[in-house]
Design a protein around this ligand. Structure first.
Ligand code: HEM
Length: 161
């Protein structure tokens, strides 16, 4: 019960966070930006990405606990009853984790490190490259919003039996 509540809270925080970032925050940072706005974006990403990554860690751990609980409740009937929705959910979550890794480490780190270099008076990213990275970041965040929504629907199906 407590595990399911933590899973639900982490799902809400992750889903809300990634959609907010993709649909409302990042659109304000599209196109060519001055150094001040790049630094602001980097500050937002330094908070948003670790929080989002922590939510995913909690989701994987509490989700695994949920699978164990379902196995306990359904015994020999577990595979016959749950294989379809659970396999689909795990596949979606696997893709979500790949996209999230690209978002945090392939795109986010490049943007935050470039902003730190710029603040130290060294060269940052060319503005075309910066704009492309932000556009990809937005696509990744929105794609994970959709994948998170699908994983949540399947999760509700698993919970309701
Ligand atoms: C490896 C990762 C994951 C596993 C193994 C997993 C597994 C599960 C299981 C077994 C349940 C049913 C829990 C129960 O009956 O007590 C569940 C519920 C749920 N899951 Fe996941 N899950 C994972 C990741 C995610 C992600 C990434 C999201 C969304 C962003 C998500 C959203 C939900 C939601 C909304 C529920 C319904 C909770 C409720 O109504 O109490 N899960 N999950």
């Amino acid at each position: 019960m407590a595990l399911a509540a933590v899973h639900l809270l982490a799902a809400a925080l992750y889903f809300g966070g990634t959609l907010t970032l993709g649909a409302t925050v990042l659109p304000a940072f599209r196109g060519e930006l001055d150094a001040g706005r790049r630094a602001t974006l980097a500050r937002i990403l330094r908070v948003a990405h670790p929080v989002s990554l922590a939510c995913l860690g909690v989701l994987v751990l509490t989700g695994a606990g949920g699978v164990t609980a379902l196995k306990g409740a359904y015994g020999g009937q577990f595979a016959a009853r749950w294989f379809g929705p659970l396999a689909l959910k795990l596949l979606l979550v696997f893709v979500l984790l790949l996209v999230a890794s690209y978002e945090y480490f392939g795109l986010g780190l490049r943007l935050t490190r470039a902003a730190a270099r710029e603040a130290a008076g060294e060269g940052g990213l060319a503005s075309g490259v910066h704009a492309r990275l932000v556009a990809r970041l937005q696509t990744a965040a929105l794609a994970n919003g959709l994948l998170g929504a699908a994983a949540s629907v399947l999760g509700l199906l698993l919970t309701r039996g």
